[in-house]
Design a protein around this ligand. Structure first.
Ligand code: FMN
Length: 346
């Protein structure tokens, strides 16, 4: 199967839900939540794409490095690519039932595994959503990081224990889902987590704990002080709060604030990453790895696990090309010097 065929299939199957635009930038799907868009004016989704586009790369080709190495180690496991699959749950309400929850999650996780990567899985008011992630973790041990909504601490810990028993690699909370009305309406209240609550999660879990939805340096430091193993710089793909900056706008300052901490939490980022060059920019700004949500969904709907693998492979191929053209032999050598700074050019 070719990637173009996968996208054509996805366009067909997602009719009325997602236009599978050439550039997935949140303009055609403003306010379509549930669905694939961003909330409100769609500014947060669009800011993600715009922020990445605002960075330029330094072309550097006078070097002797051959084929770049895109391998890395994350939470003790070896990956072939720093492009991971983000958590996407709610196939019935968000994807118009174009596939079942199990089909979506197995495609996302199976595709990630085939590409030498990892996948995060989601949570929601219907217990079947979190269960689909657990089932995928059982099938692909060491490949899944389940993300739990910011419920009461004991409830989160209970799900973390289930995740561990299922063979998950780590466990996360999407703290930016603190005001999700469909959870509260279903009698499963969510809310902000205090730093003390985060510490209780870290102490009560046998898995490395990740907080997803960190957008300021101060909260990154609070998370680090509470002992988390990782953070995801994320605005939930623009689906939580309208008018946030793009994640690439805040990533650099967050990474700088965490630099030198020992141990330093792993820094992941998502939101608007669409091409290998975007991935390189994310890494240059200080992320250890980058996650893609909507691109992976399009792959899953259009071609199942194979479709997701093709999406990740294409991003990794683009990253490799960008690494050659910016003089980076491996991920450790990707730093801020890859990014063009106008003040240094004059
Ligand atoms: C339809 C849909 C459902 C999502 N469900 C979840 C979820 O259950 N848990 C979660 O942490 N993030 C969820 N997200 C957010 C993604 O994990 C990720 O942060 C975002 O999609 C990244 O931006 P991108 O889609 O532009 O790559 C969802 C996103 C979409 C588009």
């Amino acid at each position: 199967m070719k990637l173009e065929e996968v996208m054509a299939q996805a366009r067909e199957r997602l009719r009325g839900i997602c236009r599978v635009c050439r550039v997935c930038d949140g303009r055609a799907c403003v306010g379509e939540v549930p669905g694939m868009g961003g909330v409100g004016t769609g500014a947060s989704f669009q800011n993600n794409v715009r922020a990445l586009a605002s960075y330029k790369l330094n072309l550097r080709v006078l070097h002797r490095h051959g084929e770049p190495d895109t391998g890395l180690s994350l939470f003790g496991t070896r990956l072939e690519t720093p492009v991971l699959v983000a958590a996407v749950a709610g196939a019935a309400i968000n994807l118009g039932g174009s596939l079942t929850e199990e089909e979506l999650v197995l495609a996302m996780v199976g595709g990630a595994r085939a590409a030498g990567s990892l996948a995060l899985t989601g949570d929601g008011p219907d217990p079947a959503l979190f269960e689909a992630g657990l089932a995928a973790a059982r099938q692909f041990p060491g490949t899944v990081i389940p993300v739990v909504k910011p419920r009461a601490v004991e409830e989160i810990l209970e799900r973390f224990a289930q995740a561990r028993a299922a063979g998950a690699l780590a466990a996360a909370v999407d703290v930016d889902a603190a005001a999700l009305v469909n959870m509260t309406r279903a009698g499963q209240p969510v809310g902000p987590l205090s730093p003390a609550a985060v510490q209780r999660l870290v102490e009560g879990s046998e898995l490395p704990v990740i907080l997803k939805g960190i957008m300021t340096p101060d909260e990154a430091v609070l998370a680090a002080e509470a002992g988390v193993a990782g953070i995801v710089v994320s605005n939930h793909g623009g689906r939580a709060l309208d008018h946030t900056p793009g994640t690439a706008e805040v990533l650099g300052v967050i990474a700088r604030r965490l630099r030198g901490l020992s141990p330093r939490p792993v820094i992941l980022v998502d939101g608007g990453f669409r091409r290998g060059e975007d991935v390189l920019k994310g890494l240059a700004l200080g992320a250890d790895a980058v996650m893609v949500g909507r691109p992976a969904v399009r792959g899953a709907v259009g071609g199942g696990a194979e479709g997701v693998r093709l999406v990740l492979d294409e991003l990794t191929r683009g990253l490799r090309t960008a690494m050659i053209l910016t003089g980076c032999p491996d991920l450790a050598s990707v730093g801020p010097e890859v990014l063009f700074r106008r003040e240094e050019a004059t």
